[in-house]
Design a protein around this ligand. Sequence first.
Ligand SMILES: [Fe+2]
Ligand SMILES: [Fe+2]
Length: 206
Amino acid sequence: MLWTRLISRLFKEAKPYLQVRDDFKHARISHQYALLLMGHEQGDKKIVEPAVILHDVGWSCLDLQQIAQAYGVRAGGLEAMELNRIHEVQGALIARRILQALDYDAVSTDQITRIVERHDSGTEIATVEEGLVKDADKLWRFSQIGFWKEVERQQVGAEELYRHLDKHLRTWFFSLTARELAEKELRRRAQEMHQVRLGPVRDPCS
Ligand SMILES: [Fe+2]
Ligand SMILES: [Fe+2]
């Protein structure tokens, strides 16, 4: 199968599993970041692209209340960690089923599912590819669409989310490219917040 066709097929297969948390755009934008990162940091696209597209399919095994508890600025505690682990572990099982149905090669499938299974936990990475997937996933929160989407879905103020991202900026990322991108995006979010505070520009002649 042509690579571009396989990527479209993976998005199509992932889509139903991404609907619970409205994650399709998250997968799309994280995939775009993954491509950008690979341009600077190398990494095997046969691992990175499927892993980033499929990484959040496991949220489909939780309901909205559990997801809200497991994820976000205010998530914390043992229960949140356990729920978060469910989305990783179940996600890896779903990802394996999708890849096997597409006859994806077994060695790559193992590597991809290992990344999905630990994409949100642990501070160590086993491979460059794992680091790139984790970085691309986190970069979503710094992107314009991702930042304002998270404000809405986590029901937090933009300032609170901004402070959270600023606090984690120095520890979340494995690649320098991702960290620099996040810094640049966060400066843009600060400008947008400033605009929101000022409100629309009034015409002095009216
Ligand atoms: Fe996730
Ligand atoms: Fe994610």
